[in-house]
Design a protein around this ligand. Structure first.
Ligand code: FES
Length: 108
């Protein structure tokens, strides 16, 4: 296995029903994870990048949330339909998807 250039970390944290912060798992992050894994395989992204399941990334209200490191780019409100573009455009071509990134102003 070669050393990964990028890590795509997707939150699969799940909180109990009724928790005030909710969680990415309740918002469908496991479906997004499965779609990302499929796209990694189809597009050959595992040669240069790693797909990692994580706990809470901090902005639960914007989930499903994922982050690409070392780029420090966070994606919000993801669906399975976003997987193809994230893998192709960000991981393989190096261009973040501006319409899905978390703006700096959302960090507090
Ligand atoms: S539960 Fe996913 S970012 Fe907090």
């Amino acid at each position: 296995m070669s050393k990964p250039e990028k890590f795509l970390c997707i939150c699969v944290n799940e909180r109990p029903q009724g928790h005030p912060r909710g969680s990415c798992a309740q918002r469908g992050s496991r479906e997004v994870l499965m779609a990302l894994a499929e796209e990694f395989e189809k597009q050959g992204a595992f040669d240069r990048s790693s797909l990692v399941q994580t706990g809470c990334l901090g902005l639960c209200q914007e989930g499903p949330l994922a982050a690409v490191f070392p780029d420090n780019v966070f994606y919000r409100d993801l669906t399975a339909a976003d997987a193809k573009a994230i893998v192709k455009e960000h991981l393989l071509e190096g261009k973040a998807l501006p319409n899905k990134t978390v703006p700096d102003r959302d960090w507090y």
